[in-house]
Structures are given as C-alpha cells and as structure tokens.
Ligand binder design. Structure first.
Ligand code: SF4
Length: 211
C-alpha cells in the first residue's frame, strides 16, 4: 500500500514546547477539515510505501519524527507505519486537529492538538481528542476567548499555546498576542487567572525561513 504525502523533510520544530528541536516531518496530504486559510493538505506530491518512507526518514538522520498534515488521523494504514517507525527507534510526535480520537494516538510519544475555531461545532462532538501533551490554538480571531476556554476545559494537557494565523504569508502576531492577554486576565466575575498561563507560540521555522 502507498501513502499520500505532501512531503518528508528535515527542519526544526517551530512551535510549542519542543520549539527549536531538530526533527523530520512526515506531512500527509488530505484532511477531514477545510480551513479557509489552509492549502497544506490539498496537494499530493508523493505516493510512497512504508519502506520508501523509512528510507527517506533514515536518510534525514533526525531521531525526532513529527507526523503532521493535512490530518494524520484520517490516514489509512497509519498503525502499520507507526509500528515501523517505533521499531526504527524514533521518538514520535503527532500534530492533529483533534476531531478524531483514534486508538493509534496512544502510539505517539507526544501529542499536540490544534482545535480550529472555524469548525467549532465539531469540537462539541464526543469523538474529539480529550487528552494531549499540548494544545495549540491558532488565533483566527481576537474574540475567540470563549472557544479557547472551552477547549482548555475539554482537553487535558500540560501546556496551552496561542499561535498567530498565517494568511498567505501575512502573519497576525498582534492578534495572537492580544488573544493571549485576554485569556490570561483574571476573570471579572472572580476566580483565578489560568495556571499554567496561556503562552504565545511563534512559528520559529518561518522566522528562520525554513519549511
Ligand atoms: S485542520 Fe489543519 S490541515 Fe486541515 S484544513 Fe485546517 S489547517 Fe489545514
């Protein structure tokens, strides 16, 4: 069987807790959502077998492998590929939109969930992922405070991040910063500010001009 891929490449993890860590990215084509600003999942560039993927990953030489997309949880045959990568001794991280809580998620060493405000109704469904290592939400809008709080209540994680939206190369840093400030403010109705606080996650790989 062959997997539909956008690309396999070496870079650094640009976002979240492992920012700066050298890694190989397996980027699948295809997604179950269709966010208006995204075209990363739409183009298949390669159709590869497991052994072809393993050969490419081996050549790139990083021990960290980030499985991303597109949306990896919709990939048919994901379990077989993960088994091969685990056998190869790789440390596996998943990046998912969090709408599909499939058993294969347990095979990853690290899970980053990135819920999408544009598809907020999907995150009321019971099939969503409820546990992760980090939650990273793109600031699609400054007024999405309620959505972020709801996601924090629904997904147990150690870290919660806000990332700027990249709209065809225009990166909305200030919007992300303002949203983060709003989320960390002490509620007017009483109670404590969130702990750990929401943190800003800038796409470092883009700052460096990397993939
Ligand atoms: S969930 Fe991610 S890959 Fe899928 S359409 Fe949205 S931004 Fe693109």
């Amino acid at each position: 069987m062959k997997y539909r891929l956008r690309s396999i490449f070496s870079s650094i993890q640009g976002e979240g807790r492992h920012t700066g860590r050298p890694a190989t990215f397996i980027r699948f084509a295809g997604c179950n959502l269709n966010c208006p600003w995204c075209d990363t999942h739409k183009h298949t560039r390669e159709m590869l077998t497991i052994s072809e993927i393993m050969a490419k990953v081996g050549k790139l030489g990083n021990r960290t492998v980030v499985v991303t997309g597109g949306e990896p949880t919709v990939v048919i045959g994901l379990k077989d590929l993960l088994q091969a990568l685990k056998k190869g001794g790789y440390w596996l991280a998943l990046e998912t939109n969090g709408t599909r809580n499939i058993p294969e998620i347990e095979m990853f060493d690290y899970v980053a969930v990135s819920p999408k405000y544009f598809y907020r109704s999907r995150y009321a469904e019971e099939t969503m992922v409820r546990k992760a290592d980090e939650v990273r939400i793109v600031a699609e809008d400054e007024v999405m405070v309620g959505f972020c709080r709801q996601m924090r209540a629904r997904i147990t994680a150690s870290d919660y991040f806000i990332s700027p939206l990249d709209e065809q190369g225009k990166i909305h840093y200030r919007r992300a910063f303002n949203l983060m400030l709003r989320l960390n403010a002490k509620p007017k109705t009483g109670g404590e500010a969130p702990w750990p606080p929401w943190a800003l996650s800038i796409q470092t790989h883009k700052v460096l001009g990397l993939k």
